[in-house]
Design a protein around this ligand. Structure first.
Ligand code: HEC
Length: 316
């Protein structure tokens, strides 16, 4: 048996298995790989998968073959944060073919549409948005009134190959492997989509949008100028935090003063200088920033002015 890893942030939503079931599989596996007939080879592969999964198991749930998913609930208005662990036995996992914008291919997966996950989590009425967090610090919020977006998302608990061998490792077409649960965004997009960028999922949170946004905006509240906020929220917030709030994939625009000061006030810089906000956003600079062509120059200028305003007030 692999030694169980110490709890990581990500362990809470890894599909977990009852320990008993895992032990049973382990014994069967030890029964000797060499003697397993070819027809059972698939079973052996499954056994290996289940044992590995048990290394990340949360609490035993006592349903053989079940996979669990923990959904966090909160921040909400006037309600303390809580978690709901949903257990899906095999029959509860739907097998579907779902498009994934991350590699532009259809995938054979078992799991549930996001809408079903939400209805099973039975959140209070004030939960009107879902926030997906990722190991690399990304945070993607989605308001539940964006019906088409919500309906396009599938939560995969298992990924299958063409022969219907399922595992909890999701393999993208470029061979990148991500752990399940994996969020599949099923809309075909021709330009930028934030859903192309996520890595390993670490949590699914049901939140109250206003409470969540107010918390993010807290560090910028002192400044009367809020012109850049909607642009930041729309285009930058998934990767960049502000004043210690929110995402951590790119530098924090308020806490990381160094990162902010390096950005020159000019739109166009010399190659020897640090790239400007414009160059960063429009892809005229090296780095891991996506090219955000859908953002206008005027919007970038607004974000730049706004960042200056909040910095000036923060350093006063
Ligand atoms: C998909 C994730 C992602 C999004 C969305 C994103 N960024 Fe970034 N950004 C990064 C990462 C990662 C870095 C650090 C690596 C680098 O500099 O390329 C970065 C770096 C930067 C830097 C450079 C900071 C420095 O130290 O020089 C600036 C400026 C910047 N981003 C501005 C923006 C703005 C403005 C937006 C929104 C209009 C935005 N980013 C949206 C991921 C993102």
């Amino acid at each position: 048996m692999p030694t169980p890893k110490t709890a990581s942030r990500s362990s809470s939503i890894r599909p977990s298995l009852p320990r008993l079931g895992a032990a049973r599989w382990a014994i069967r596996r030890r029964g000797g790989l060499a003697t397993v007939p070819a027809a059972l080879a698939g079973v052996t592969a499954v056994a290996a998968l289940l044992v590995t999964t048990a290394a990340h198991a949360g609490k035993p749930v006592g349903v053989p073959g079940a996979l669990s998913l923990t959904v966090e609930i909160g921040p909400l208005r006037n309600t303390a944060p809580t978690t709901r662990t949903l257990v899906f036995d095999q029959a509860a996992r739907k097998q579907v073919t779902w498009f994934d914008v991350q590699d532009g291919y259809e995938h054979n997966v078992r799991g549930l549409p996001l809408r079903d996950v939400i209805s099973r989590a039975k959140p209070p009425k004030s939960a009107d948005a879902v926030v997906f967090s990722y190991a690399d610090g990304m945070e993607i919020p989605l308001r539940l009134d964006q019906k088409d977006e919500v309906d396009s998302i599938f939560v995969a608990l298992e990924h299958g190959n063409v022969r219907d061998d399922f595992s909890t490792t999701y393999t993208l077409h470029n061979q990148t492997e991500l752990p399940c649960p994996k969020i599949l965004y099923g809309r075909k997009v021709t330009s930028f989509s934030i859903w192309i960028y996520p890595g390993a999922l670490t949590s699914i949170r049901l939140v109250n949008w206003k409470t969540y946004e107010t918390r993010l905006a807290q560090p910028t509240r002192r400044v009367p100028d809020s012109s850049g906020w909607p642009i930041y929220m729309r285009h930058c917030q998934s990767c960049h935090g502000i004043g210690g709030q929110g995402a951590k994939r790119g530098p924090d625009f308020l806490t990381d003063m160094g990162a902010y000061r390096r950005i020159p006030p000019l739109a166009v810089t010399d190659v020897s200088e640090h790239p400007s906000l414009h160059e960063k956003v429009k892809g005229f600079a090296e780095g891991q920033m996506p090219v955000l062509t859908q953002i206008s120059n005027a919007e970038i200028a607004t974000v730049w002015r706004w960042l200056h305003a909040i910095h000036n007030s923060a350093t006063k």
